[in-house]
Design a protein around this ligand. Structure first.
Ligand code: AMP
Length: 289
């Protein structure tokens, strides 16, 4: 199938509706563009597991709590389209802001408890913007499956919860994080790092792995896990925004590590904010504090 690039909601609906009626399954990979191999994995899954794969590329203004961040967010639509074509996507949906928000919205989706910590705590309104645009995209595309990266674990949890709470008939598929060979999680924001910052960036994943190793060895006190891991990030160039051991289901920090957890962190390297997370569970039978 030739790649079609569509920027109008009406045209996208007109294109997808007969396919859906003919029984074709639609897969959606929502992105903000500046596509890399992490997005590529989502798109590949959408292509493999559905009859028609739609990639949305939309830098969603209402999820940016910092207007400067929205302005400097990388935009590379031409090469993104080529990337999607090579992976076998059928449609790129790249609406303008006016198309998605013809007037100031009065309706927003708020997922409450899951967004109290981690990014939700430090980026007010961010997940409200994410949940709202994802619901809009699900309504527009009406896919059988939609693909999200585990790199943004809190976002994945928020979207899963939203579709459950609001009875949206879609399967949300989580896709494992794709990393550079030095461990750095691929991110569109990595291209904003200076060479010196890029050289330090893998320390984030190293610290998370250190935390994971502590937990696997049987350390159940999150404060102790954090102390051990944070020495890795103890550099003047790095500002740690948060480093938390959270319950996988609630995304709330745990007081004692008993069940499977996620260790999630956000750091600033100069003007660039990076996030990452790992899953961890106790392996040892003899837990120690
Ligand atoms: P973004 O364009 O940053 O909004 O990301 C779009 C989707 O791609 C989200 O579901 C992300 O979680 C996912 N994604 C971004 N980076 C990666 C990565 N390194 N590995 C896997 N998925 C990713």
């Amino acid at each position: 199938m030739e790649l079609r690039v569509i920027d109008s909601i009406a045209e996208l609906r007109q294109t997808l509706s007969p396919l859906r009626q003919a029984g074709a399954s639609i897969g959606l990979a929502p992105t903000m563009g500046a596509l890399h191999a992490g997005h590529g994995r989502l798109i590949e899954r959408a292509v493999q597991e559905n009859d028609c794969a739609v990639v949305s590329i939309f830098v969603n203004p209402i999820q940016f709590n910092d207007p400067g961040d929205f302005k400097k967010y990388p935009r590379t639509l031409e090469s993104d389209m080529e990337f999607c074509r090579k992976l076998g996507a059928a449609i790129v949906f790249s609406p303008t802001t006016e198309e998605m928000y013809p007037q100031t919205s009065q309706t927003f989706v708020e997922v409450s408890s899951l967004t109290e910590h981690l990014c939700g705590k430090f980026r007010p309104g961010h997940f409200r913007g994410v949940a709202t645009v994802v619901l809009k995209l699900l309504e527009i595309v009406q896919p059988a499956r939609a693909y999200f990266g585990e790199k943004d674990a809190q976002q994945l949890a928020v979207v899963q919860r939203m579709v459950r709470d609001l009875n949206v008939p879609v399967e949300i598929v989580g896709v494992p994080t794709v990393r550079e060979s030095d461990g750095l999680a691929l991110s569109s924001r990595n291209q904003l790092l200076t060479p010196a910052e890029r050289a330090l960036a893998p320390l984030l994943y190293q610290a998370l792995q250190e935390a994971g190793r502590c937990i696997e060895k049987g350390v159940v006190d999150p404060a102790r896990v954090k102390r051990a891991a944070l020495t890795t990030l103890d550099r003047p160039e790095i500002r740690v925004e948060y480093f938390e051991v959270v319950d996988t289901d609630s995304m709330h920090p745990v007081e004692r590590i008993e069940r499977p957890v996620r260790v999630a962190a956000a750091i600033w390297l100069g003007a660039t904010r990076l996030i990452d997370n790992v899953a961890a569970r106790l392996r040892s039978r003899t837990a120690s504090n």
